[in-house]
Design a protein around this ligand. Structure first.
Ligand code: F6P
Length: 341
């Protein structure tokens, strides 16, 4: 078999572990040939690739980022993109393509699969918002980074008797905010799934100070927005790929809370530090299992499918189901955290 692999969309700890696993399973166990496209779909659309053998993936298991590079280019963004991709797959004699990506990448994978290309998807995102899989690799690493930051921020918040508003990633969902906030014992968690009321947030944080506590930590997901009419709010803009470029919810909350509470408030934006660096052991294992199963699926002709974690098993699910909707945080999970607005 000749297999093409690519990594597309925002990078994520564990991508290299998938690439390595695909090469190991395909080359060593099946005697396949593997090529890696550069910068996601761009590489496929421009026939920019390199062969991947055991040497090429040696030593990358614990390395963050992706050795193949990534971009947000998608076949649907370019005129004739699907036809170009189809032509290159035929020219290169590819029997399977394994795109590793999040929401946007998997939508493109589904589109190409519907157009008849032999696609087996692998889900990735630190945001953990892909439907059909219990967890995506990268999430555990991101939560670990955010939790460590929150732990550290508590001591400086306490020293200065401040409110720290810590912005974590999560465009559409509050998984990172919820898990890191719970793990670090944050005093308020604000998520995109529940537009917040600034009055309620002020009251929640204010109660803590009234109870004699000297500081407060608020975790907010970057995509969180206030309830209509709750406060003046700049939502930001969309970029050329339709991705939101947020105007900074933590900055806006810090200004508002400082005024309302009469306490010093500071924004802390964790940003891409959550996506960088070495993956946790959990993410390496999950990524490796996804890679192994993607190759198996290709060998069994299970195209148009996606690797997914269900409980402790890796199963194959239709790409169509995975892209139908995002996996938001269930309401019950907020109840358990007790401090989600
Ligand atoms: O999709 C993962 C994600 O980390 C989002 O939470 C975040 O909004 C986005 O990527 C940032 O992407 P970029 O690297 O393009 O700024």
């Amino acid at each position: 078999m000749r297999i093409g692999v690519l990594t597309s969309g925002g990078d994520c700890p564990g991508l290299n572990a998938v690439i390595r696993s695909v090469v190991h399973r395909a080359v060593v166990d099946h005697g396949d040939e593997v090529i890696g496209f550069h910068d996601g779909w761009r590489g496929l659309l421009e026939c920019d690739y390199r062969p991947l053998d055991l040497d090429a993936v040696s030593g990358i298991l614990a390395r963050g980022g992706t050795i193949l590079g990534s971009s947000r280019v998608q076949p649907a963004h370019l005129r004739g993109g699907v036809e170009t991709a189809r032509g290159h797959v035929a020219d290169l004699g590819l029997d399977a393509i394994i795109p590793i990506g999040g929401e946007g990448t998997l939508k493109a994978a589904h589109l190409l699969s519907e157009a008849g290309l032999p696609i087996v998807g692998v889900p990735k995102t630190i945001d953990n918002d892909i439907a059909s899989t219990d967890v995506t690799f990268g999430f555990d690493t991101a939560v670990g980074v955010a939790t460590e930051a929150l732990d550290r921020l508590k001591t400086t918040a306490e020293s200065h008797q401040r409110v720290l508003i810590v912005e974590v990633m999560g465009r559409h969902t509050g998984w990172i905010a919820l898990h890191s906030g719970m793990a670090a014992g944050a005093h308020a968690i604000v998520v995109p799934e529940r537009p917040f009321d600034i009055g309620e947030l002020t009251e929640l944080v204010g109660k803590r100070f009234s109870a004699g506590k000297k500081f407060a930590i608020v975790v907010v997901a970057e995509g969180a927005k206030p309830r209509e009419g709750s406060m003046e709010f700049n939502v930001g803009k969309k970029d050329q790929y339709g991705h939101e470029r947020f105007a900074g919810v933590a900055n806006q909350l810090a200004i508002e809370l400082e005024e309302r509470l009469g306490k010093e408030a500071r924004p802390v934006i964790l940003g891409h530090v959550q996506r960088g660096g070495t993956p946790t052991a959990y993410d390496r294992v999950l990524a490796t299992r996804f890679g192994w199963h993607a190759v198996e699926a290709a060998h069994h002709g299970r195209f148009g499918m996606l690797t997914a974690l269900r409980g402790t098993d890796i199963v194959m699910v239709p790409l169509a189901d995975a892209v139908a909707e995002l996996k938001t945080v269930p309401a019950q999970r907020y109840e358990e955290a007790e401090c989600v607005l």
